[in-house]
Write a protein that binds this ligand. Structure first.
Ligand code: HGY
Ligand code: MN
Ligand code: MN
Ligand code: MN
Length: 394
Protein backbone atom coordinates (compact mmCIF):
# COMPACT_ATOMS: atom_id res chain seq x y z
CA UNK A 1 0.00 0.00 0.00
CA UNK A 2 1.43 3.44 -0.83
CA UNK A 3 1.20 5.59 2.20
CA UNK A 4 2.64 8.86 3.39
CA UNK A 5 4.85 6.86 5.75
CA UNK A 6 6.80 5.71 2.67
CA UNK A 7 8.00 9.26 2.06
CA UNK A 8 7.95 10.67 5.60
CA UNK A 9 11.75 11.05 5.67
CA UNK A 10 12.08 12.74 2.27
CA UNK A 11 12.61 16.48 2.30
CA UNK A 12 12.32 17.08 6.06
CA UNK A 13 13.52 20.59 6.94
CA UNK A 14 15.19 20.64 10.38
CA UNK A 15 15.71 24.43 10.26
CA UNK A 16 12.09 25.36 9.48
CA UNK A 17 10.31 22.22 10.67
CA UNK A 18 8.04 20.33 8.32
CA UNK A 19 9.04 19.66 4.70
CA UNK A 20 10.80 21.63 1.98
CA UNK A 21 10.41 19.89 -1.35
CA UNK A 22 10.82 22.07 -4.43
CA UNK A 23 10.81 21.23 -8.12
CA UNK A 24 13.88 19.23 -9.20
CA UNK A 25 15.63 19.55 -5.83
CA UNK A 26 16.98 16.35 -4.23
CA UNK A 27 13.85 15.73 -2.18
CA UNK A 28 11.48 16.25 -5.08
CA UNK A 29 13.54 14.00 -7.33
CA UNK A 30 13.37 11.27 -4.68
CA UNK A 31 9.60 11.77 -4.50
CA UNK A 32 9.35 11.46 -8.27
CA UNK A 33 11.37 8.24 -8.18
CA UNK A 34 9.15 6.90 -5.38
CA UNK A 35 5.99 7.66 -7.35
CA UNK A 36 7.35 6.06 -10.55
CA UNK A 37 8.35 2.95 -8.60
CA UNK A 38 4.93 2.73 -6.91
CA UNK A 39 3.17 3.17 -10.24
CA UNK A 40 5.33 0.62 -12.07
CA UNK A 41 4.82 -1.85 -9.21
CA UNK A 42 1.12 -1.59 -10.09
CA UNK A 43 1.80 -2.16 -13.77
CA UNK A 44 0.92 1.43 -14.67
CA UNK A 45 2.57 2.88 -17.77
CA UNK A 46 4.59 5.93 -16.64
CA UNK A 47 5.74 8.89 -18.69
CA UNK A 48 6.89 12.44 -17.89
CA UNK A 49 5.39 15.08 -20.15
CA UNK A 50 7.12 18.06 -21.76
CA UNK A 51 6.24 20.21 -18.74
CA UNK A 52 7.74 17.60 -16.32
CA UNK A 53 4.36 16.50 -14.98
CA UNK A 54 4.30 12.70 -14.45
CA UNK A 55 1.46 10.54 -15.88
CA UNK A 56 0.81 6.94 -14.79
CA UNK A 57 -1.70 5.09 -17.03
CA UNK A 58 -3.84 2.15 -15.92
CA UNK A 59 -4.10 0.53 -19.37
CA UNK A 60 -3.53 2.30 -22.65
CA UNK A 61 -3.33 6.11 -22.67
CA UNK A 62 -6.32 7.56 -24.47
CA UNK A 63 -8.52 10.59 -24.88
CA UNK A 64 -11.31 11.47 -22.46
CA UNK A 65 -9.63 9.67 -19.56
CA UNK A 66 -10.59 9.78 -15.93
CA UNK A 67 -7.59 11.42 -14.27
CA UNK A 68 -6.80 11.86 -10.60
CA UNK A 69 -3.70 13.10 -8.77
CA UNK A 70 -2.15 16.15 -7.17
CA UNK A 71 1.40 17.38 -6.45
CA UNK A 72 4.41 16.24 -4.39
CA UNK A 73 6.22 19.54 -3.91
CA UNK A 74 5.70 21.69 -0.81
CA UNK A 75 6.01 25.22 0.45
CA UNK A 76 9.13 25.89 2.54
CA UNK A 77 8.51 24.19 5.90
CA UNK A 78 5.20 22.76 4.77
CA UNK A 79 3.08 19.93 6.10
CA UNK A 80 3.13 16.26 5.10
CA UNK A 81 -0.30 16.13 3.48
CA UNK A 82 -0.68 19.11 1.11
CA UNK A 83 -0.15 17.41 -2.24
CA UNK A 84 1.17 13.95 -1.30
CA UNK A 85 -2.17 12.92 0.26
CA UNK A 86 -3.80 13.26 -3.16
CA UNK A 87 -1.08 11.15 -4.77
CA UNK A 88 -1.05 8.34 -2.19
CA UNK A 89 -4.86 8.29 -2.13
CA UNK A 90 -4.90 7.91 -5.92
CA UNK A 91 -2.56 4.89 -5.72
CA UNK A 92 -4.59 3.44 -2.85
CA UNK A 93 -7.81 3.98 -4.79
CA UNK A 94 -6.39 1.87 -7.62
CA UNK A 95 -5.55 -0.88 -5.11
CA UNK A 96 -9.08 -0.71 -3.71
CA UNK A 97 -10.68 -0.82 -7.17
CA UNK A 98 -8.55 -3.76 -8.23
CA UNK A 99 -9.41 -5.63 -5.03
CA UNK A 100 -13.06 -5.13 -5.99
CA UNK A 101 -12.35 -6.61 -9.44
CA UNK A 102 -13.00 -3.25 -11.10
CA UNK A 103 -11.68 -2.58 -14.61
CA UNK A 104 -11.91 0.97 -15.96
CA UNK A 105 -14.13 1.25 -19.04
CA UNK A 106 -12.32 4.47 -20.01
CA UNK A 107 -8.65 5.44 -20.12
CA UNK A 108 -7.50 6.09 -16.56
CA UNK A 109 -4.46 7.98 -15.25
CA UNK A 110 -2.82 9.32 -12.13
CA UNK A 111 -0.95 12.59 -12.61
CA UNK A 112 1.63 14.39 -10.48
CA UNK A 113 1.85 18.07 -11.38
CA UNK A 114 5.17 19.93 -11.10
CA UNK A 115 5.85 22.96 -8.89
CA UNK A 116 2.28 23.43 -7.64
CA UNK A 117 3.44 25.59 -4.73
CA UNK A 118 5.79 27.76 -6.75
CA UNK A 119 8.24 27.23 -3.90
CA UNK A 120 11.29 27.50 -6.14
CA UNK A 121 10.27 29.61 -9.14
CA UNK A 122 7.57 31.75 -7.53
CA UNK A 123 4.59 30.92 -9.76
CA UNK A 124 2.03 28.50 -8.27
CA UNK A 125 0.71 25.58 -10.35
CA UNK A 126 3.56 26.01 -12.85
CA UNK A 127 3.23 22.49 -14.29
CA UNK A 128 -0.52 22.67 -14.82
CA UNK A 129 -0.33 26.28 -16.06
CA UNK A 130 2.25 25.26 -18.66
CA UNK A 131 0.10 22.29 -19.70
CA UNK A 132 -2.95 24.51 -20.23
CA UNK A 133 -1.02 27.46 -21.63
CA UNK A 134 -2.11 29.66 -18.70
CA UNK A 135 1.45 30.87 -18.44
CA UNK A 136 3.51 31.94 -21.44
CA UNK A 137 6.14 29.23 -21.94
CA UNK A 138 8.93 31.78 -22.60
CA UNK A 139 8.05 33.61 -19.40
CA UNK A 140 8.06 30.31 -17.48
CA UNK A 141 11.43 29.29 -18.90
CA UNK A 142 12.91 32.62 -17.75
CA UNK A 143 11.62 32.39 -14.16
CA UNK A 144 14.55 32.44 -11.74
CA UNK A 145 15.08 30.80 -8.36
CA UNK A 146 16.86 32.50 -5.47
CA UNK A 147 20.21 31.34 -6.86
CA UNK A 148 19.48 32.90 -10.23
CA UNK A 149 18.94 29.60 -12.08
CA UNK A 150 16.22 29.80 -14.70
CA UNK A 151 13.44 27.22 -14.91
CA UNK A 152 14.83 26.33 -18.37
CA UNK A 153 18.28 25.65 -16.90
CA UNK A 154 16.73 23.61 -14.12
CA UNK A 155 14.74 21.60 -16.68
CA UNK A 156 17.92 20.86 -18.65
CA UNK A 157 19.74 19.82 -15.46
CA UNK A 158 16.76 17.54 -14.75
CA UNK A 159 17.06 16.04 -18.24
CA UNK A 160 14.05 17.73 -19.82
CA UNK A 161 14.04 19.87 -22.96
CA UNK A 162 12.65 23.33 -22.11
CA UNK A 163 12.01 24.06 -25.78
CA UNK A 164 9.20 21.46 -25.71
CA UNK A 165 7.41 23.00 -22.71
CA UNK A 166 4.12 24.84 -23.13
CA UNK A 167 0.44 24.15 -23.89
CA UNK A 168 -0.03 20.45 -24.58
CA UNK A 169 -3.26 19.93 -26.52
CA UNK A 170 -2.73 16.18 -26.84
CA UNK A 171 -2.42 15.85 -23.06
CA UNK A 172 -5.48 18.03 -22.54
CA UNK A 173 -7.54 15.90 -24.95
CA UNK A 174 -6.64 12.91 -22.81
CA UNK A 175 -8.22 14.52 -19.73
CA UNK A 176 -11.95 13.75 -19.76
CA UNK A 177 -12.53 14.53 -16.08
CA UNK A 178 -10.01 15.41 -13.37
CA UNK A 179 -10.57 14.73 -9.66
CA UNK A 180 -8.03 15.91 -7.06
CA UNK A 181 -8.14 14.73 -3.45
CA UNK A 182 -6.55 17.20 -1.03
CA UNK A 183 -6.20 17.83 2.67
CA UNK A 184 -8.64 20.52 3.74
CA UNK A 185 -6.80 23.77 4.49
CA UNK A 186 -9.21 25.01 7.13
CA UNK A 187 -11.68 23.59 9.64
CA UNK A 188 -14.88 23.40 7.61
CA UNK A 189 -15.13 19.62 7.96
CA UNK A 190 -14.23 19.76 11.66
CA UNK A 191 -17.15 22.12 12.24
CA UNK A 192 -19.50 20.02 10.10
CA UNK A 193 -18.25 16.80 11.73
CA UNK A 194 -17.81 15.17 8.32
CA UNK A 195 -14.67 13.45 6.96
CA UNK A 196 -15.03 14.35 3.28
CA UNK A 197 -16.24 17.37 1.30
CA UNK A 198 -16.26 18.40 -2.34
CA UNK A 199 -15.04 21.75 -3.65
CA UNK A 200 -17.38 24.47 -4.82
CA UNK A 201 -14.89 27.16 -5.79
CA UNK A 202 -11.32 28.44 -5.44
CA UNK A 203 -10.69 32.02 -4.37
CA UNK A 204 -9.17 34.43 -6.89
CA UNK A 205 -5.47 34.62 -6.10
CA UNK A 206 -2.50 36.69 -7.11
CA UNK A 207 1.14 37.18 -6.12
CA UNK A 208 3.07 40.42 -6.50
CA UNK A 209 6.65 41.47 -5.76
CA UNK A 210 7.07 45.04 -4.44
CA UNK A 211 10.73 46.09 -4.79
CA UNK A 212 11.55 49.16 -2.66
CA UNK A 213 14.87 50.82 -3.51
CA UNK A 214 16.75 53.28 -1.30
CA UNK A 215 20.37 53.86 -0.37
CA UNK A 216 22.46 51.22 1.34
CA UNK A 217 24.55 52.68 4.11
CA UNK A 218 26.12 52.16 7.52
CA UNK A 219 23.65 51.52 10.36
CA UNK A 220 25.76 53.50 12.85
CA UNK A 221 27.30 56.27 10.86
CA UNK A 222 24.20 57.43 8.94
CA UNK A 223 21.99 60.06 10.64
CA UNK A 224 18.28 59.40 10.48
CA UNK A 225 17.67 62.53 8.35
CA UNK A 226 20.23 61.32 5.84
CA UNK A 227 18.60 57.96 5.25
CA UNK A 228 16.61 56.53 2.38
CA UNK A 229 15.77 53.25 4.07
CA UNK A 230 13.53 50.94 1.95
CA UNK A 231 12.69 48.87 5.03
CA UNK A 232 10.34 51.67 6.19
CA UNK A 233 7.89 51.54 3.22
CA UNK A 234 8.25 47.75 3.29
CA UNK A 235 7.04 47.66 6.90
CA UNK A 236 4.20 50.05 6.11
CA UNK A 237 3.09 47.80 3.23
CA UNK A 238 2.83 44.81 5.59
CA UNK A 239 0.49 46.76 7.87
CA UNK A 240 -1.46 48.27 4.94
CA UNK A 241 -2.02 44.76 3.52
CA UNK A 242 -3.77 43.66 6.70
CA UNK A 243 -5.86 46.82 6.92
CA UNK A 244 -6.91 46.61 3.25
CA UNK A 245 -7.86 42.94 3.58
CA UNK A 246 -9.89 43.66 6.70
CA UNK A 247 -11.80 46.30 4.76
CA UNK A 248 -12.57 44.00 1.81
CA UNK A 249 -15.38 41.41 1.98
CA UNK A 250 -13.69 38.02 2.33
CA UNK A 251 -10.36 39.35 1.10
CA UNK A 252 -7.03 38.05 2.38
CA UNK A 253 -3.64 39.70 1.96
CA UNK A 254 -0.44 38.18 3.26
CA UNK A 255 3.20 39.17 3.28
CA UNK A 256 5.01 35.91 4.00
CA UNK A 257 8.40 36.88 2.67
CA UNK A 258 10.53 40.02 2.89
CA UNK A 259 13.99 39.85 1.32
CA UNK A 260 16.36 42.75 2.13
CA UNK A 261 19.46 43.33 0.03
CA UNK A 262 22.19 42.91 1.27
CA UNK A 263 20.54 41.81 4.53
CA UNK A 264 23.23 42.72 7.07
CA UNK A 265 22.26 43.54 10.64
CA UNK A 266 24.47 46.66 10.68
CA UNK A 267 23.57 47.71 7.15
CA UNK A 268 20.77 49.96 5.92
CA UNK A 269 19.32 47.92 3.05
CA UNK A 270 19.73 49.26 -0.47
CA UNK A 271 16.60 47.42 -1.57
CA UNK A 272 13.83 45.30 -0.02
CA UNK A 273 11.60 42.85 -1.88
CA UNK A 274 8.15 42.40 -0.30
CA UNK A 275 6.15 39.41 -1.62
CA UNK A 276 2.38 39.93 -1.40
CA UNK A 277 -0.17 37.13 -1.71
CA UNK A 278 -3.65 38.60 -2.19
CA UNK A 279 -6.93 36.71 -2.56
CA UNK A 280 -10.54 37.78 -2.77
CA UNK A 281 -13.84 36.49 -4.10
CA UNK A 282 -14.00 39.27 -6.68
CA UNK A 283 -11.60 42.11 -6.12
CA UNK A 284 -8.09 40.75 -5.46
CA UNK A 285 -6.68 42.98 -8.17
CA UNK A 286 -8.52 46.07 -6.85
CA UNK A 287 -7.12 45.31 -3.38
CA UNK A 288 -3.64 45.27 -4.87
CA UNK A 289 -4.25 48.49 -6.83
CA UNK A 290 -5.04 50.16 -3.49
CA UNK A 291 -1.90 48.70 -1.93
CA UNK A 292 0.21 49.74 -4.90
CA UNK A 293 -0.88 53.36 -4.49
CA UNK A 294 -0.13 53.19 -0.76
CA UNK A 295 3.27 51.63 -1.43
CA UNK A 296 4.20 54.48 -3.80
CA UNK A 297 3.19 57.07 -1.17
CA UNK A 298 5.21 55.35 1.57
CA UNK A 299 8.23 55.00 -0.71
CA UNK A 300 8.13 58.71 -1.64
CA UNK A 301 7.88 59.73 2.05
CA UNK A 302 11.21 57.96 2.64
CA UNK A 303 12.84 59.18 -0.56
CA UNK A 304 12.72 55.67 -2.01
CA UNK A 305 11.40 54.23 -5.27
CA UNK A 306 9.20 51.18 -5.71
CA UNK A 307 8.53 48.92 -8.64
CA UNK A 308 5.79 46.29 -8.62
CA UNK A 309 5.86 43.03 -10.57
CA UNK A 310 2.80 40.78 -10.90
CA UNK A 311 4.06 37.20 -10.57
CA UNK A 312 0.75 35.42 -11.05
CA UNK A 313 -2.98 36.07 -11.03
CA UNK A 314 -6.08 33.97 -11.41
CA UNK A 315 -9.74 34.88 -10.94
CA UNK A 316 -12.10 32.91 -8.70
CA UNK A 317 -12.77 29.44 -10.14
CA UNK A 318 -16.21 27.82 -9.90
CA UNK A 319 -16.09 24.06 -10.38
CA UNK A 320 -18.34 22.24 -12.84
CA UNK A 321 -21.59 21.82 -10.90
CA UNK A 322 -22.76 18.76 -12.86
CA UNK A 323 -19.59 16.83 -11.99
CA UNK A 324 -19.61 18.23 -8.46
CA UNK A 325 -23.20 17.12 -7.80
CA UNK A 326 -22.61 13.72 -9.42
CA UNK A 327 -19.73 13.23 -7.00
CA UNK A 328 -21.75 14.49 -4.04
CA UNK A 329 -24.34 11.86 -4.94
CA UNK A 330 -21.68 9.15 -4.71
CA UNK A 331 -20.52 10.52 -1.34
CA UNK A 332 -23.86 10.58 0.52
CA UNK A 333 -24.37 14.29 -0.02
CA UNK A 334 -20.90 15.35 1.10
CA UNK A 335 -20.83 19.08 1.87
CA UNK A 336 -19.39 21.52 -0.67
CA UNK A 337 -16.69 23.96 0.50
CA UNK A 338 -15.12 27.07 -0.98
CA UNK A 339 -11.34 26.78 -1.06
CA UNK A 340 -9.16 29.72 -0.03
CA UNK A 341 -6.18 27.73 -1.31
CA UNK A 342 -5.28 27.32 -4.96
CA UNK A 343 -4.95 23.91 -6.63
CA UNK A 344 -4.05 22.32 -9.96
CA UNK A 345 -7.70 21.26 -10.24
CA UNK A 346 -8.53 24.97 -10.33
CA UNK A 347 -6.16 25.49 -13.26
CA UNK A 348 -7.54 22.52 -15.20
CA UNK A 349 -11.12 23.64 -14.46
CA UNK A 350 -10.71 26.35 -17.10
CA UNK A 351 -10.27 23.62 -19.73
CA UNK A 352 -11.75 20.32 -18.51
CA UNK A 353 -14.48 19.20 -16.06
CA UNK A 354 -12.64 19.14 -12.74
CA UNK A 355 -13.54 18.43 -9.15
CA UNK A 356 -11.92 18.17 -5.73
CA UNK A 357 -12.42 16.08 -2.63
CA UNK A 358 -11.25 17.51 0.70
CA UNK A 359 -10.31 15.35 3.68
CA UNK A 360 -10.78 16.55 7.25
CA UNK A 361 -7.80 18.29 8.89
CA UNK A 362 -8.30 18.43 12.68
CA UNK A 363 -5.88 21.33 13.12
CA UNK A 364 -7.21 23.24 10.11
CA UNK A 365 -3.61 24.42 9.67
CA UNK A 366 -1.75 24.07 6.37
CA UNK A 367 1.52 25.30 4.86
CA UNK A 368 2.98 24.55 8.29
CA UNK A 369 4.14 21.37 10.12
CA UNK A 370 0.92 21.22 12.17
CA UNK A 371 -1.11 20.22 9.08
CA UNK A 372 -2.73 16.86 9.84
CA UNK A 373 -5.15 14.12 8.75
CA UNK A 374 -6.02 11.21 11.05
CA UNK A 375 -5.25 7.74 9.67
CA UNK A 376 -8.90 6.69 9.56
CA UNK A 377 -9.79 9.85 7.63
CA UNK A 378 -6.94 9.10 5.20
CA UNK A 379 -8.59 5.70 4.64
CA UNK A 380 -12.02 7.30 4.23
CA UNK A 381 -10.49 9.63 1.65
CA UNK A 382 -9.04 6.77 -0.40
CA UNK A 383 -12.33 4.86 -0.24
CA UNK A 384 -14.29 7.95 -1.26
CA UNK A 385 -11.91 8.58 -4.16
CA UNK A 386 -12.20 4.92 -5.23
CA UNK A 387 -16.01 5.21 -5.21
CA UNK A 388 -15.90 8.42 -7.25
CA UNK A 389 -13.43 7.00 -9.78
CA UNK A 390 -15.53 3.84 -10.13
CA UNK A 391 -18.55 6.03 -10.85
CA UNK A 392 -16.70 8.04 -13.50
CA UNK A 393 -14.66 5.26 -15.13
CA UNK A 394 -17.18 2.43 -14.74
O1 HGY B 1 -0.98 28.94 -2.41
C1 HGY B 1 -1.87 28.12 -2.57
O2 HGY B 1 -3.04 28.42 -2.37
C2 HGY B 1 -1.57 26.71 -2.99
O3 HGY B 1 -1.29 25.98 -1.85
N1 HGY B 1 -0.49 26.66 -3.92
MN1 MN C 1 -0.34 24.30 -0.80
MN1 MN D 1 -1.80 21.65 -2.53
MN1 MN E 1 32.58 48.49 9.80
Amino acid sequence: MSTLADIADIGTDPRRGGYSRHVFDDAERQLREWFVEQAQRRGLGVRTDANTNIWAWWGEPGDDAVVTGSHLDSVPGGGAFDGPLGVTSALQAIDILRARGFHPQRPFAVVVFAEEEGGRFGVPCLGSKLLTGQIDADRARALRDVDGNTFAEAMVAFGADPRRSGRDDAALRRIGQFVELHVEQGKGLVHQERPIAVADSILGHGRWRFRFRGQGNHAGATLIDDRRDPMLPAAQLVLAARRTAEASAGGRATVGSIVPNPGGTNVIASAVDVYLDARAPRRAREMVDELSARAAECAAEEGCEVDIAEESFGDTVHFDTVLRDRIRGVLDGAPALASGAGHDAGILAAERPSAMLFVRNPTGISHAPEEHVEDDDCQKGSLALADVLAELAG
